[in-house]
Each structure stands twice: as C-alpha cells, then as structure tokens.
Design a binder for this molecule. Structure first.
Ligand SMILES: Nc1ncnc2c1ncn2[C@@H]1O[C@H](COP(=O)(O)OP(=O)(O)OP(=O)(O)O)[C@@H](O)[C@H]1O
Ligand SMILES: [Mg+2]
Length: 500
C-alpha cells in the first residue's frame, strides 16, 4: 500500500505555495476519491484524468483510488492539478517509475484525449520549483515560459504519452529555450504627431520622469487620448527584476503569451465599463486586476468620470500603498500594484464647458455635477492636472512638428537615472529627504501656497515631489523657486475649475 507523491503548487498572489499530490490505491470497492479542499475545477479533474487514461487505452484499476492534495487545510483551485494527479496515478499503476517523478513538480490541464493544455502561473511555478531544487513538468506551449527560471530541468510535453515515454527512457523530450526578451518600442506612436499642446506635453514629460499621476482635462477632440497614449514611448526600460515581477503577474493572470517577457513597462487602458474586480482584482478566482497588470507601468483611465464610483474609490488604497489586498472567504491575497495613473476627462458631459459658443444650456451646473463624480480623496492623489484646449482645425496642419518621443525619452531617462542613484523614485520620496533639497525660496513659496491653495498634507508632499522631478529634468540637485512654482501650477485644483 505505497503512496506515490508528486509536487505541485497553489498560488497566493504571485507567490507559490507547495502542494503535494498523494495517490494511494488500495483494495476495496472501486472508487476514485479526491480530498484536500479542492474547488469545482479540481473535483472535475477526476473525470478528465479518467477520460485521458481511457484515451490512451488504459483504464483505472477496479480498486479504491484515493487522491489527497496536501496540506488539507489550504483551499485549492484551478485545473492545473490535472497533470500531477494523472502522473501520480500512472506511477501508482506502475506505468511510469515513481522514483523518476521524485525530482519534479507538475502543472497542466488535461484534455479528454490526454493532450496537456496551458494553465496560468507556470513562471512562478518554475521559480518555485527552482527554489526547491525540483524540475518542472508543464505543457509544451509553456516550456519557454518555464525556461526563464534558469537551471531548472523542464519537461514540456504535448500529451501524456510523451511524458510516459520520456520517464521510461524511451523517447526523451528536448529542453525548451526561453524566448527572446522583448525590448522593442517599434510601432509605438510618436509624440511628434501631437501638434502644439506644448504645456500638456511638458506635463506628460514631468509625469513620465517622476512617475507622477496626471489628469488631462479638455473638450472632445483636444488630443487628450492621443497624448496620454504616447507616454508608453517615453518611459525607460524596466530593470530585469521589475520585468520579472511584471511577468509573474501576467503569468498568474494567464496573460503571458508565448512566455514572452518584455523589458518595456506595461501600459493598460481598461474601458470605463470595467468592474471593480476587473480594475483592482478579485472576483471568484482572485485574479490580478488592471492595476496589478499595470505594475511598474501606466494605468490609463480614459473618460475618468465614466468609471463606476466603487471602482474609482477602490483605487485609493493601492495608489498610496503600491499593492492591493483582495479579501476572500478563506484568505487575503495581495498583488503588487505600483502603477502610474494617467487619466483623461471632459470638463462636463457635453464636453464644451468653458467654450462660450459651444457649451450647453445647463452650464456651469452640468460641469459641477460631472466633476463631482470624482471624489476629493481621489483627486488629492493626482499630482498634476492640466487643461487642454483644442487647436483650431484651421491651424492644426500649420503647427510645426514638435520633439520626437526619442528626444523626450532621453531626458526622462536622465531624470530617472538621477532618482535611481538617490535610491528612491520621486513619486515615493519622503518629506525627510525632500525638504533638505529645497532652496529657502522654494520652501517659502510652498508654505505660502499651502494656505492659498488649501493644500492637504498629501497635496503638499506631492507638490514637493513634482518640483523635485522638474529640478531633476534640469539636472539640478537643488529644488529652486521656479521649479516649485511650476509644480504648484499643476496642483492648482482650480485648474480643473478654471475650465468650468
Ligand atoms: N494636437 C493635435 N495634433 C494632431 N492631431 C490632433 C490633435 N488634437 C486632436 N487631433 C486629432 O483629433 C483626434 C481626436 O483626438 P483625441 O481622441 O485624442 O481627443 P480627446 O481629447 O481624447 O477627445 P474625447 O474627449 O472626445 O475623447 C486625434 O485622433 C487626432 O487625429
Ligand atoms: Mg479621448
């Protein structure tokens, strides 16, 4: 009555939790029992395993088959336990040598014909296997993804017969190679295509250089969406550690296509109909949301007031802490969510508030109602607000081409390098190090503005951070008065109101 054991993993956020699949076949009435807090997908895996074995001409022994997923106290979910259950069962049936399985963990979903289908979380599983000095058996399509873990032995197989042949030494599987790192910014639209709008471009550059949150406000057709989407081309490459973290989140979300890891920061632009779960994560499977998929990159919320109120309010905590915690019935799951918020909006529903010839009859009340959809605490977290007035159609073709994304990106990279050398991104710098960098005049101006603009403590600190970035763009170690003055113009809440 020996027990066959095979390692696998459950996931908690982007962390792996080891799970051992134990199979025991004993005499008694024929049964196939699965225990160890499985969810519906795992309970159904019995049927898939049975069908896959049948497909290979094998039938389950007419005995009592007990499958336990240990530790029993951990709630397990997902179809990726199909493969380890089938392999442990095959070992218990002496079809594969059980000692061959000892050095491996396995993840994969089985089709009824024994084909092994892709599952979420292969990258963290491969890293988890490496940590525990195990190899990984995974779906063929995800071999490249697993191979990023480095020294791990990867068996990436199309179907069960291929693994059986390999483990019996009949036909060996070749080791998969990780796909090339994606580094290209090709195909990204260039900033020079946006004509004029110099003030908004300047704000975008500062936001990109210091990771600051930015809100663009203006009438329809002003070029807000056009400009905001070009921030992707201004940001420097991720560090290898950041690229790995971003890829782990994508892997857990089942979105790491072809196992391709990119060194470019993510740019996510969910539609305003996105639910709270889609935006911040959660739902029945506690999936990472858009804010986590935008980790180390940009979350672009176009038409900001059109997003659901609960979804917007749910951004408040992650905007401050850089992660979000989703509460489940059984546990709390945390995902990293250090993202830069870029948002765009019209000043009112018709969009023409402030344009005397075009605004509707209910101005300015319609603007107030529309802008009230954004709560004070959310606006307080937005470092910079800039109004964009459209260029008249007659003029637009005559405005000369501006700087290209490459030119601006070079300045952004320079400013970010200065921050990296200081050890902290400006968007997260604390008052203790911000204040000593201020000149006397800058500090005096900030203090005066605090009362005049009725800044909150958060608003004050965020203003100092933006000023620090403006100084960085000028390669100045000291934050001078003019840097502070420019930063304050972006903080001016009445900028939003000025459009009214
Ligand atoms: N400054 C500009 N330079 C070049 N093209 C522009 C500019 N502004 C607007 N356009 C043109 O107008 C189109 C609409 O711009 P965009 O979608 O960015 O406007 P918007 O401000 O987001 O409007 P809405 O509030 O309706 O979403 C662009 O696709 C572009 O063709
Ligand atoms: Mg738009």
């Amino acid at each position: 009555m020996s027990i066959v054991r095979l390692a696998s993993f459950a996931f908690s956020g982007i962390e792996t939790v080891p799970v051992e699949v134990q199979v025991q076949i004993t005499g008694g009435l024929p049964a196939f029992i699965l225990v160890g807090l499985p969810d519906k997908a795992i309970t159904e895996s019995r049927e898939r395993v049975r069908a896959a074995l049948n497909g290979m001409g094998l039938s389950l022994p007419p005995k009592r088959i007990l499958v336990n997923l240990a530790p029993a106290s951990l709630q397990k979910e997902g179809s990726h336990f199909d493969l380890p259950i089938a392999l442990a069962l095959l070992a218990a049936m002496d079809i594969v040598p059980s000692e061959e399985l000892e050095g491996f963990a396995a993840l994969g979903e089985l089709a009824l014909d024994g084909a092994i289908g892709p599952v979420a979380g292969i990258l963290p599983a491969a890293l988890g296997a490496a940590e525990r000095e195990l190899g990984l058996i995974c779906p063929l399509a995800q071999g490249g993804e697993a191979a990023w873990a480095g020294s791990v032995e990867i068996l990436a197989a199309r179907d069960l017969p291929q693994i059986i042949a390999h483990l019996n030494g009949k036909q060996l599987l070749s080791a998969p190679q990780p796909p090339a790192l994606e580094t290209s910014t090709a195909g990204q639209a260039c900033l020079s295509q946006v004509r004029g709008q110099e003030a908004a471009k300047r704000a975008l550059e500062i936001a990109a250089a210091g990771n600051h949150n930015l809100l663009l406000s203006g009438p329809p057709g002003a070029g807000k969406s056009m400009l905001a989407s070009r921030i992707a081309g201004l940001l420097p490459d991720l560090t290898p550690a950041q690229a790995l973290e971003v890829s782990l989140i994508r892997s857990v979300a089942g979105l790491l296509e072809g196992g391709r890891i990119s060194s470019r920061p993510p740019f996510r632009s969910p539609h305003h109909s996105a639910s709270q779960a889609a935006l911040v994560g959660g739902g029945p499977k506690a999936r990472p949301g858009e804010i986590s998929l935008a980790h180390h990159g940009v979350l672009f919320l176009d038409e900001l007031p059109e997003f659901g109120r609960p979804a917007l309010e749910a951004l408040r905590q992650p905007l401050e802490t850089g992660f979000c915690t989703i509460s489940r019935a059984a546990a709390h799951v945390s995902y990293p969510a250090r993202f830069q918020l870029i948002a765009a909006m019209n000043p009112c529903r018709c969009g023409h508030l402030g344009e005397a010839s075009r605004e509707c009859g209910s101005a300015p009340r319609c603007g107030e109602t529309y802008q009230q959809k954004l709560s004070g605490p959310l606006l307080d977290r937005i470092d910079m607000v800039i109004g964009m007035a459209p260029i008249s159609p007659g003029e637009i073709a005559r405005v000369p081409l501006g700087e290209s994304s490459t030119t601006v990106a070079a300045r952004v990279t320079q400013a970010r390098t200065r921050q990296r050398e200081r050890g902290v991104s400006n968007a997260e710098e604390a008052l203790d190090t911000l204040v000593p960098a201020l000149s006397q005049e800058a500090l005096a101006l900030a203090d005066r503005a605090t009362t005049q603009l009725a800044l909150s403590n958060r608003g004050y600190v965020r203003c100092l951070r933006v000023a620090r970035t403006i100084a960085d763009l000028e390669e100045s170690d000291v934050v001078k008065r003019r840097h502070m003055a420019e930063a304050l113009t972006y903080r001016h809440r009445s900028r939003l109101a000025a459009l009214v």
